[in-house]
Design a binder for this molecule. Sequence first.
Ligand code: SF4
Length: 316
Amino acid sequence: MKPFTYERAATPAAAAAAVAQNPGAKFIAGGTNLLDLMKLEIEAPSHLVDVQDLKLDRVEETADGGLRIGALVTNTRLASHPRVRRDYGVLTRAIVAGASGQLRNKATTAGNLLQRTRCSYFYDPNQPCNKRKPGSGCAAIGGYSRPLGIIGTSDACIATHPGDMAVAMRLLDAQVETIDASGTTRSIPIADFHRLWGSTPHIDTNLAKGELITAVTLPAPIGGQHFYHKVRDRASYAFALVSVAAVVQPDGTGRVAVGGIAPKPWRVEAAEAAMPQGAKAVASRLLAGARPTSENAFKIPLTERTIASVLAQAKG
Ligand code: SF4
């Protein structure tokens, strides 16, 4: 690990300023992804700004009946919160499908959104990787691509967003609240938070340098039955090959978002109109324009079948 300096920020704006003013600085909270990346020297910040004292660890009701989740609320606390369990069951199910109990005890809401891809070439400094080293190439294209993306990818990168929580938050139309060095706040729809890779796969999100996530807000509950079905190579502690988050209403309408197939949680609102017609109709619209590799083309039928399973459970 490369040497770095460290400070604990006193306020959110001070934390944002400390990172904005130092090109080599990064925020750290739970550190469950960043420390791994630092040990491998894939990330090598020269300065860490610890945000754990910022009191961003509350879950509060909003005026419209929704929830405001502080950036430092741990995954374990969020998944077990009574309001989340009662009104946003898809979020609880998605969180507990991820990582391990120990990691969920430490991982935070903001950090979960910011975790980096698990493409194996990204973690191997001996391999070309445009995400780790811009312009170096992509070892996954023409290499081992079974777990990687089938849609929203580019000629520069075919990696996926690895998270589960973000898929449920996309389904629920969450908003990501931030603050910058000047104290200016903004609210980013989660649909616009993660980026498609395009020609700049080293940039994961639309956050500016030094912009700090302070909270994630969920709109008022939408009712319905909530599902999170994660298909992976082993029963626990594995990333999704395909995951389907869904809310199904009694009349068969609803919402669907998919993880494990794209650079961001993949939701196409126009596809949801086809839910009463069944999984095939939904999947064909959701995956229009997919560009799988020969190794991961199986994700197309797997997505359709996972949606079919969820819809069958809803009927049952
Ligand atoms: Fe790197 Fe993306 Fe290619 Fe993986 S898919 S090797 S993360 S550029």
